[in-house]
Write a protein that binds this ligand. Structure first.
Ligand SMILES: C[S@@+](CC[C@H](N)C(=O)[O-])C[C@H]1O[C@@H](n2cnc3c(N)ncnc32)[C@H](O)[C@@H]1O
Length: 464
């Protein structure tokens, strides 16, 4: 019997065809009259081994007038750490320069043309590749332009590079990360919410250093001057962008493991305590191919899981710690994909957003939710049932959920972290109820000691 291909249509405005998620791969079906032209680019891509430049691995299916692309985890630019965003921008600019050597170019600049293979950016919008001399056939670049003698490259910089990439990046440099993420999230191309503007940068919160003022003046001038040599101009953008400093070291959470005395070597198990040993034991038993580490901090358990052979997604709500983990993953080539994704983002409903819910995109064999539940319930006021239900949606096989009770010293001595503590509803925050909820959403529930007696590790298996 012929196997029927199950496919989900993916968004994006592509006038040449439609893109589908087919489970294990991505399929791009091309309209008949566009196929020949795209095939020319494909053969050049093959001949010149452009996958080595970071363009998504692609195969042609001529009989079906389509392409098959390697599937990467779908993430959105507003979920990347600020350094990932900067690296994705540098990657696109470098790509333009390298493609020029073989007469190719990119017909647009958008953050979402890139995905991350762990810490490595991959250019996934295959049909953005075009023959450079065809750039002036992109009529949309001239929409609303009075002066039709302007070069298409100049319009590409003005209409895409600056609003969609450069302005959010500069807002990150000011360290107004929330506004930067909001620009990426709500003012994405074709969302109908307008496009990021220079005024968004000037309205951002943050301190303007002398260096930043100089850089912004240079970038503004560059954007106003006519583009004589496109590639030299791109080089100039590259030089300034490379030097921009985005780092944020203002986080109490950067030294979490040192302060807790848990910055153990991953290689020497002897010093490990009950919590580390339990998680290690489960990793050995379950052998997950994928792990989602929620509230990963600087990634001790992410790195442990990676060492045990898993591909890891690490999520956080603290800008500094998750960017630290990105740097570490990038420098060591770890199979870890860090994401700035507060737990509340897992609760977003499909209908409320232009984005595919993270509970569909980030499902993993094993989910770790360690020393986080008390922050979510007593700090943010999220209902335990919603949390357990969300964990069951995210877990393919199992979840390790750590419960921290009211007697724990972190709760007793740091009440500022837990503003909902006085709320009478939170009397129902107890192990018994958590086990009850665990059994509602998972088939197997077992409770194990953690390092401190005020903490328990709940192993939830086989989501219902
Ligand atoms: C106590 S640490 C635990 C780190 C690690 N899971 C462990 O057990 O060693 C809690 C971490 O959760 C993060 N966090 C707190 N609230 C969060 C939320 N709503 N979403 C994602 N991460 C959160 C904090 O930034 C912090 O790094």
């Amino acid at each position: 019997m012929e196997k029927i291909e199950k496919k989900i249509r993916l968004g994006g405005n592509d006038d040449k065809g439609t893109v589908y998620d087919c489970g294990k791969y991505i399929k791009r079906e091309i309209l008949r009259h566009h196929f020949e032209k795209t095939a020319e680019i494909y053969y050049l891509y093959k001949k010149k081994r452009l996958d080595k430049l970071g363009i998504v691995k692609t195969y042609i299916k001529s009989n079906q007038q389509s392409y098959v692309h390697q599937k990467h985890i779908l993430t959105y630019p507003h979920e990347w750490t600020y350094s990932m965003f900067k690296d994705s921008l540098l990657f696109q600019l470098i790509l333009v320069i390298k493609l020029n050597q073989i007469g190719l170019s990119l017909k647009d600049f958008l953050p979402s043309n890139v995905l991350f293979d762990h810490s490595r950016p991959i250019f996934v919008d295959f049909l953005s590749l075009i023959v450079t001399k065809d750039l002036d056939k992109e009529e949309w670049l001239y929409d609303g332009e009075v002066d039709h003698s302007r070069k298409p490259e100049e319009l590409l910089i003005k209409k895409m590079l600056i609003p969609y990439l450069l302005i959010p990046l500069l807002v990150f440099v000011l360290k107004d990360y929330k506004r930067g993420r909001d620009l990426l999230r709500y003012k994405a191309c074709n969302f109908g919410n307008g496009i990021p503007k220079w005024s968004d940068l000037f309205e951002a919160q943050g301190i303007w250093s002398f260096r930043l003022i100089v850089d912004v003046v240079k970038l503004r001038l560059l954007s106003l001057l006519p583009v004589k040599d496109y590639f030299k101009t791109i080089e100039k953008y590259l030089k300034i962008i490379r030097s921009l400093d985005l780092l944020n070291e203002n986080s109490g959470y950067l030294s979490y493991y040192e302060e807790k005395g848990e910055n153990f070597s991953l290689l020497n198990k002897e010093n490990w305590r009950q919590k580390q040993k339990f998680v290690y034991g489960q990793l050995k038993k379950i052998r997950p191919k994928s792990v989602l580490d929620i509230g990963a901090n600087t990634g001790w358990y992410s790195m442990l899981s990676e060492k045990m052979g898993a591909s890891v997604i690490a999520t956080e709500k603290d800008e500094a710690v998750i960017d630290y983990l990105y740097q570490k993953a990038k420098n060591n080539n770890f199979k870890i994909l860090p994401l700035m994704l507060p737990f509340k983002d897992f609760l977003e409903k499909n209908s409320e957003s232009n984005y595919i819910p993270s509970t569909n995109r980030l499902r993993s064999d094993l989910v770790l939710c360690l020393a986080l539940l008390h922050h979510l319930v007593l700090g943010e006021g999220i209902d335990e049932e919603i949390i357990v239900k969300t964990l069951s949606k995210l877990s393919i096989n199992a979840c390790i959920l750590e419960f921290v009770d009211f007697t724990d010293e972190k709760i007793r001595f740091q009440p500022d972290f837990f503003p909902k503590l006085g709320n009478k509803d939170f009397k129902k925050y107890n192990l018994k109820r958590l086990i009850f909820l665990g059994k509602k959403y998972f088939r197997n529930v077992s409770v194990h000691p953690s390092t401190e007696s005020s903490r328990k590790l709940i192993l939830l298996k086989n989501p219902i």
